[in-house]
Design a binder for this molecule. Structure first.
Ligand code: FRU
Length: 492
């Protein structure tokens, strides 16, 4: 009976998608190469996995309109992380443990077990005392059609953890045993709780893998835990973590106790629009993360989700990024090399002297990739700026302030809609070069700098097709050793 209800709810949602997808697909603000839904709302990446020869992306999804509501899991597959085929929705609310009308099937992850694709997700319900969250299982033989486990939920909030702060299970396997961490809150502090299982159905508590002492907020949304090199990384999006949207801690993990000992912390992205990243392993061993290019209304800098709801959609993913461990245990995040396959009509210039007050015109438009290598040893400029999407009064300005050692991303005049200036430190100590790598899509900009350690992702809207882009130097000249730019093929 309940199997039947999920099927009906998926079919209903699917009919809605089919009826709207063509018209929604014509939206002017739709992304060209960042993953997004066919219709409606998308938030967190869920269940990212390489399974039977394809990458699978699932996503928090409300197919009905461009706003968050009762959550379904959307589903798409790809062979290269950029060209996607949408599949039927994987999960829809249908059971008493996941049918909260303002909740549904919340975030979770995927793993292969016994040749089947298993999902663990958070069911949300209301049994009279507000939100109750528990962890539930669904599985599939063909990787397309899913069935919820009849013994759900498999994990309930432990004593002392409020029922509305127990969610976002992330699975992995180690030495024949399955492990999962869930975000939780205890006594006002964020925690990552660790459980283990031999069969994916029966779970036993191991330990509090890590917890906040206040500095990392009161709840960790979408925690993720994975090895890179000989270290372990814990990533999460902290609630109550100030301006931070997604954080990593690197350190050592002891499987015999289930305790993580972090040594280094850092920010995955310094922009306004990089949240709830999830990781997965590519077949060649790379650890790749994908984030949701947006934020929540409880965050200090939040304004809104942008104007795209008028086109019947909202939300896209940031570019997939490869996680690389550095010698000092910090991490860098490189756009995956598959993105290079999308490059078209390359322009390259070498040894360009950028004089003070003489901005240099770059490739026009708003769908491009650009790279700059600036020789600091011969540059006297105090500031180097990218002035992008210039059209009438509108512009987005990214400034590398060499004196202040800071990058600012000013989108307050981008589109008459977006607000705020995102900031990141700019660490040039002992460096010969300033490296800039930037991706622009219809509704977002992603900046990578400082050897891919200081990255800023922000959404900017209302594209002007004919907009202009410049690079400029202030307070002296800048020597650009090499600059390259490309158009990017439309894949979405
Ligand atoms: C993070 C999050 C998760 C939750 C999901 C609901 O963005 O709040 O904690 O599972 O979104 O859509």
């Amino acid at each position: 009976m309940s199997k039947e209800l999920m099927r009906q709810n998926i079919e209903k949602a699917q009919r809605e998608i089919d009826a709207k997808k063509e018209i929604v697909g014509q939206g002017r603000m739709r992304q060209h190469y960042h993953f997004m839904p066919q219709t409606g709302w998308l938030n967190d990446p869920n269940g990212l996995i390489y399974f039977k020869g394809k990458y699978h992306f699932f996503y928090q999804h409300n197919p009905y309109e461009g706003f968050w509501s009762s959550m379904h899991w959307g589903h798409a597959v790809s062979e290269d992380l950029f060209h996607w085929e949408y599949l039927p929705l994987a999960l829809a609310p249908s059971e008493n443990y996941d049918n909260h009308h303002q909740g549904g099937c919340f975030s979770g992850s995927a793993i292969e077990h016994d040749g089947k694709l298993f999902l663990m997700y958070t069911g949300t319900t209301n049994n009279g005392c507000g939100f109750e969250q528990s962890q539930c299982i669904a599985y599939s033989e063909d990787g397309i059609h899913f069935e919820k486990y009849e013994g759900n939920p498999v994990l309930k909030a432990p004593e002392g953890v409020p029922g509305n702060f127990f969610r976002d299970p992330k699975l992995w396997k180690h030495g024949g045993t399955y492990y999962v961490i869930c975000g939780a809150n205890k006594g006002g502090m964020a925690q990552a709780l660790l459980y283990k299982s031999e069969d994916m159905l029966n779970w036993e508590f191991v330990n509090v893998l890590a917890e906040s002492r206040g500095e990392w907020g009161y709840m960790w949304e979408c925690p993720d835990f994975f090895p890179v090199g000989d270290k372990y990384v814990l990533m999460f999006s902290p609630m109550g973590g100030g301006e931070r949207t997604s954080v990593y801690l690197t350190g050592d993990f002891d499987y015999s106790t289930g305790k993580f000992y972090p040594v280094v912390s850092g920010e995955i992205d310094w922009g306004f629009d990089y949240y709830a990243p999830q990781s997965f392993e590519a077949p060649d061993g790379r650890r790749i993360i994908v984030g949701w290019a947006n934020a929540w209304d409880w965050m200090p800098f939040w304004k809104d989700w942008g104007p795209t709801y008028r086109e019947g959609w909202c939300g896209s993913f940031n570019l997939p990024r490869e996680v690389v461990l550095c010698e000092d245990q910090t991490l860098k995040f490189l756009p995956v090399r598959e993105a290079e396959e999308l490059r078209q009509s390359c322009k390259e210039r070498n040894e360009v002297i950028l004089g003070e007050g003489e901005p240099l015109a770059l490739r026009q438009g708003n769908v491009f990739e650009m790279k700059f290598r600036i020789r600091l040893t011969e540059s006297t400029a105090r500031k180097i700026s990218l002035v992008l999407r210039v059209s009438g009064e509108m512009k987005t300005e990214i400034t590398f302030d060499i004196e202040k050692a800071e990058i600012t991303f000013d989108r307050s005049r981008s589109d008459g809609w977006s607000k705020g200036v995102a900031r990141s430190p700019l660490n040039l100590m002992g460096k010969e070069y300033l490296d800039i790598h930037i991706f622009s899509d219809k509704s977002s900009l992603e900046l990578f700098s400082n050897d891919y350690k200081n990255n800023i992702s922000c959404n900017v809207f209302l594209p002007q097709e004919d907009c202009k882009n410049y690079i400029a130097a202030t307070g002296g000249r800048a020597v650009i050793e090499k600059m390259e730019s490309w158009e990017i093929a439309k894949t979405m």
